[in-house]
Write a protein that binds this ligand. Structure first.
Ligand code: H2U
Ligand code: ZN
Length: 351
C-alpha cells in the first residue's frame, strides 16, 4: 500500500478492450528509460518495377498454370492454395460435446494492389489506393451475393516477418459460412452496448478520444486514426469511420477517398518510424452478411505491426502473454505521440 495516487502513466494496470472484452496488462514503469527507437541503415530494398518470377506481376504465370492479364490497376483472383474451399460438404463432429468440429466452406481471393512490383501501399499514390478501396467494396458486395456466406474478411499481411510470401503489394479476402472468433467477440460487445445505450460503441469511443486528444494520431473529414486505449502491439492503430456505417458497402465516394488518404498517411508514418518498410497485418472489421440487420456494427480497420524498437527488434507474444494475457511496456499514449510527430513525407522520397 502507498499514499500515491494511481496514474496510468506510472503504475502497472490492466486495460479493457471494449471491442472484444479482453484485457491487456500495461507496465509503464518499465519505460521510464528514454526512447530507444533506433533507425538502422536502411536495407537496400530495391525491387524492380516488374519481376519475371513474381506470381502477381502482370502477364506472369501463377501456380495453377494460368496467366495473369496485363492489368493496369488492381487484380483479383481465387487463391490457388485457398484455406477455405467452395465445395466442402456440410457436417461436423460432436462426440459428447467433448470432440466438436464444424465443416467450413469458403472462398479465398488474392488482390494485387498494383501492377508495380516495387511499390507498397505507403509508396502508392492516394488515387491508386482509392482504386484498391473500390475493389474491396466491389468484392464485399459480390461475395455477399452468395447466401451461405456470413462473413468476409479483407486483410493484408505486409512484410516477410508477418509471413507474407511475396513483396509485390497485395492483400487477401477470406469469405466463409460462419463468423470467426474475433469478429464474434466484437459483434457481442457492440451489440450489448447498442442495446443498452442505443448508440454505436465505437461512435461514442471515437467522440471521447477526439475530446481527450491523448491517442489520436490524425483525423480527416471522415475517419479518425488512433492508437486504441487497449492496444496490444507497440504501434497498433485503428482507422474508425466518424459516421456510424456498418460496412464499406455504404461508403460514399467522399468516404472512399478519405479512407485512401487515411491509409496513405498512416502507412507513410509507419515506414518513417524506423525508416524501413514497416511490417503489419491489417484488416477491416465490419458487419457480417446474410444474417439480417446488424445496426450495432461500426466499420473499422485494425493495424497490428510487430516492431518494437527498431526495424529488426520485434515484440514477441510469449510467456505471460501466451498463458495469461497480452502485456506491453510503452503506453498507447506514448505510441500515439510518436506516430503523431512523424513526417507524412515518405523517407524514400525525401531529398
Ligand atoms: P501472403 O499474403 O501470405 O503472401 O499470401 C499470398 C497468397 O498468394 C498465398 O495465400 C497465394 C498463396 O496461397 N498464391 C496464389 O494464389 N498463386 C500463386 O501462384 C502463388 C501464391
Ligand atoms: Zn510482382
Amino acid at each position: 500500500m502507498t499514499n500515491e495516487t494511481f496514474d496510468l502513466k506510472e503504475h502497472p494496470h490492466s486495460r479493457l478492450n471494449i471491442l472484444t472484452g479482453d484485457w491487456i496488462l500495461v507496465s509503464p514503469h518499465r519505460t521510464k528509460r528514454p526512447w530507444q527507437g533506433k533507425v538502422e541503415a536502411s536495407q537496400m530494398d530495391e525491387r524492380p518495377e516488374y519481376d519475371p518470377n513474381c506470381y502477381l506481376c502482370p502477364g506472369n504465370k501463377r501456380a495453377d498454370g494460368s496467366d495473369n492479364p496485363d492489368y493496369k490497376a488492381s487484380y483479383v483472383f481465387t487463391n490457388d492454395y485457398s484455406s477455405l474451399l467452395l465445395n466442402t460438404p456440410d457436417g461436423g463432429l460432436n462426440d459428447d460435446e467433448l470432440l466438436v468440429a464444424n465443416s467450413q466452406r469458403g472462398i479465398c481471393r488474392v488482390i494485387s494492389f498494383s501492377p508495380r512490383h516495387d511499390l507498397t501501399l505507403p509508396q502508392m499514390e492516394t488515387p491508386d489506393i482509392r482504386k484498391v478501396v473500390d475493389v474491396w467494396q466491389a468484392e464485399y458486395q459480390e461475395l455477399a451475393t452468395y447466401p451461405w456466406i456470413k462473413h468476409i474478411q479483407i486483410f493484408e499481411n505486409k512484410g516477410d516477418i508477418m509471413g507474407c510470401s511475396n513483396p509485390h503489394p497485395h492483400g487477401q479476402i477470406w469469405a466463409q459460412n460462419s463468423i470467426p472468433v474475433e469478429v464474434a467477440k466484437e459483434t457481442r460487445q457492440q451489440k450489448e452496448y447498442f442495446e443498452q445505450k442505443g448508440r454505436s460503441l465505437l461512435g461514442d469511443y471515437v467522440k471521447l478520444e477526439l475530446k481527450r486528444q491523448e491517442r489520436v494520431i490524425f483525423e480527416n473529414d471522415h475517419f479518425v486514426v488512433l492508437v486504441p486505449f487497449w492496444a496490444v502491439w507497440p504501434y497498433e492503430t485503428m482507422i474508425v469511420s466518424k459516421r456510424h456505417i456498418t460496412s464499406l458497402l455504404y461508403f460514399t465516394d467522399e468516404e472512399k477517398a478519405a479512407l485512401a488518404e487515411a491509409i496513405k498517411r498512416l502507412t507513410v508514418r509507419y515506414d518513417n518510424m524506423f525508416e524501413t518498410s514497416f511490417p503489419y497485418s491489417s484488416g477491416m472489421h465490419q458487419s457480417p452478411v446474410n444474417m439480417g440487420d446488424h445496426p450495432y456494427w461500426h466499420w473499422h480497420m485494425h493495424f497490428y505491426p510487430p516492431l518494437l524498437r527498431s526495424a529488426t527488434v520485434k515484440k514477441f507474444m510469449v510467456g505471460y502473454e501466451m498463458l495469461a494475457n497480452p502485456q506491453r511496456d510503452i503506453t498507447a499514449e506514448f505510441a500515439a505521440e510518436k506516430l503523431r510527430n512523424l513526417s507524412e513525407v515518405h523517407y524514400k522520397v525525401k531529398e
